[in-house]
Design a protein around this ligand. Structure first.
Ligand code: C2E
Ligand code: MG
Ligand code: MG
Length: 588
């Protein structure tokens, strides 16, 4: 027993108090004295006592029994060891003492040696109780809180939301559920490691906490009362409950503040990270009347915010559920698309403008399902990226494309380049360059023939990691192109340092060459810039002779578009090549 335990002695007899005090102090305990039940209670509220010694017979004010029950009802009083001191030895008084909640009793006149043992025993018992309580608290903590951020977890949030729904229903008030998700968190985790990812989540948790603490007259966060309205659901997903919303629009004030706060750069050692946030908002009772529905719908709205570019908030609308249903159906079918042989590559010829020959092509993925019909890559590629299916699909595309061009080349078709689209998710996935190398080995294709079309979004994350992968790919010997160039946000200076062989001018600039002087200026600038940086340029979406002439005059290297040919199935492509080569040789 350490000298840390403190005991309150409640007795109207000053001499008894003195004797008991001295004895306990000699045992290394701190003692506090009270001359009445009332004083004892006041003292107990003031100091955190570990045990109480209580006289039964106190002539003025509360007697020991009443004081004992009062102590039991105090906060922290439930498990407090209370030792009753009584001169009455009859069964009746002893029963009464236990009924009032005494832990033990000792008779007067006091035997101080016995008293010492009793107190020691009492405190030991209470330590065991304390340990039990603490481990109970730990269990509670583990079940209801997120260890990383120390915020409540999904279970807690759902239970809390349920309770608040019941209250809002009675009081006829509105509430808002915010579903908060970081944009591109997976990329941080994948490129900088989980350790950095965890730190980012901790910072985000703190910022969210602070964002909702700032008082908001419009939409008060329930956290101002009890701090549980904010939770981490898992991963990079957080939720916030706004109670007593005056109008649906009030939720966006909070959402906007969170969006802005979370967009501030996070500095972690040598890294400065910028993450944006997508937020979905669902309103009770308009968007759902159960905790599950509200959460699901806020999640769905968040998904839409993310899909439309991220860094924004979106309110839930019932239309979203229809679209989500379609996604679910698509996803289920897409999972089986490879094994069922539903994927096919189409090939779009690329014209070498200077020599007037087709010796390159781009492989474009097609998906035909017996139930859904043809699904556009614009619809299923993003889905494949979200679900991670793009990894296996992308690998299938690479293998198929390499095998196909190898087949054509071995049969004498004059083709020296096949371009394959690589999604950012695929490119940033660990082991990508290894996959490329393996497929080249398997198919026996010369590496220079394969051109990987990367998007700018793949290149804007962690520079070191990206550079590393690009270098590995160049070492293997493949060509690298940037697709849809001009629409992204890659900085030129950064681009310069990357080993890129080709830029593909985005369709939007080519489309408006005739009408927009602005777009033709951009297209010209990209072509000139690529030239000065020793890169080739391909213009995509060429649909008219005017556009082709323009590109020719600007010394653009290659053109691809409906004017020349749509993407074709393998057999059609062969026929196209034979025809166009025949024309070319007839011309020459
Ligand atoms: P992208 O890589 O920029 O491909 C060019 C898209 O423009 C193709 O659409 C093509 O059919 C279309 N296109 C070609 N010429 C013209 C034209 O003159 N006018 C117009 N309006 N469009 C033209 P598609 O095949 O629907 O593919 C759409 C996008 O889906 C692709 O854009 C690419 O980002 C993605 N994608 C396609 N196949 C794959 C793939 O195997 N892997 C990955 N990761 N993405 C793919
Ligand atoms: Mg492409
Ligand atoms: Mg493109």
């Amino acid at each position: 027993m350490k000298g840390l335990s403190s005991i309150i002695i409640i007795d109207d007899d000053p001499l008894i108090r003195l004797i008991v005090s001295k004895k306990l102090q000699a045992m290394g305990l701190d003692t506090y004295e009270a001359a009445s039940g009332e004083e004892g209670l006041r003292l107990f509220d003031e100091i955190k006592a570990d045990a109480v010694l209580l006289d039964v017979m106190m002539p003025s004010g509360m007697d020991g029994y009443t004081t004992c029950s009062a102590l039991r009802n105090r906060t922290n009083g439930e498990h407090l060891p209370i030792l009753m001191m009584t001169g009455l030895e009859d069964v009746e008084s002893i029963n009464q003492a236990y009924e009032a909640g005494a832990t033990d009793f000792i008779t007067k006149p006091l035997n101080t040696t016995l008293l010492g043992h009793r107190v020691r025993y009492l405190l030991k018992g209470s330590q065991v109780t304390q340990q039990l309580l603490q481990s109970k608290q730990r269990l509670h903590q583990m079940a209801y809180y997120d260890e990383l951020t120390e915020l409540p977890n999904r279970l807690f949030f759902l239970e809390y939301l349920q309770r608040m729904i019941a209250q809002a229903e009675r009081q006829k008030t509105k509430m808002g559920v915010l579903f908060i998700d970081l944009d591109g968190f997976k990329r941080i985790n994948d490129t900088l490691g989980h350790h950095v990812g965890d730190q980012v989540l901790r910072v985000i948790g703190e910022r969210l906490y602070k964002s909702i603490r700032a008082n908001d007259a419009l939409a008060r966060s329930a956290s101002e009362r009890d701090d549980v309205s904010l939770a981490r659901l898992g991963g990079d997903e957080f939720t916030l409950l706004l109670t007593a919303l005056d109008r649906n629009e009030s939720a966006m004030t909070v959402a906007e503040r969170i969006r802005v706060n979370l967009a501030q750069p996070i500095v972690l050692g040598e890294h400065e990270l910028v993450t944006t946030t997508s937020i979905g908002i669902a309103i009770y009772p308009d968007d759902g009347e159960t905790a599950e529905d509200l959460l699901k719908h806020a999640d769905l709205a968040m998904y839409y915010a993310k899909r439309t570019g991220g860094d924004m908030y979106r309110y839930f609308s019932w239309k979203m559920t229809e679209i989500a249903l379609r996604r679910l159906v698509l996803e289920n079918h897409l999972r089986k698309a490879i094994e069922r042989g539903e994927l096919e590559l189409y090939y779009q010829p690329q014209l070498d403008i200077v020599h007037g020959k087709f010796n390159g092509l781009e492989a474009l993925l097609r998906w035909r399902n017996s139930e859904l019909g043809s699904v556009s890559p614009a619809e299923f590629i993003p889905l494949a990226e979200d679900t991670g299916l793009i990894i296996s699909i992308g690998e299938w595309v690479l293998r198929e494309a390499c095998a196909q061009i190898q087949n054509w080349r071995s049969r004498g078709f004059p083709l020296d380049r096949i371009a394959v689209n690589v999604s950012a998710v695929q490119f940033l996935h660990r082991g990508f360059s290894g996959v490329v190398e393996r497929i080249l080995n398997e198919t026996g294709l010369e590496p220079e023939v394969l051109e990987l079309e990367l998007t700018e979004s793949a290149l804007v994350s962690d520079v070191d990691y990206v550079m590393n992968v690009l270098t590995q790919l160049k070492k293997i010997g493949v060509q690298l192109a940037i697709d849809d160039f001009g629409t992204g946000y890659s900085s030129l200076s950064r681009l310069k340092s990357f080993p890129i062989d080709r830029l593909k001018v985005d369709q939007t600039f080519v489309r408006n060459l005739e009408q927009s002087t602005n777009d033709s200026a951009i297209a010209s600038a990209i072509i000139a810039m690529a030239g000065s940086m020793d890169m080739k340029v391909t213009a995509e979406g060429v649909e008219s002779d005017f556009q082709l002439d323009f590109l020719k005059k600007k010394y653009c290297d290659e053109a691809q578009g409906y004017l020349l040919s749509k993407p074709l199935a393998a057999l059609e492509f062969e026929q196209f090549l034979m025809k166009s080569n025949a024309i070319a040789s007839a011309d020459g």
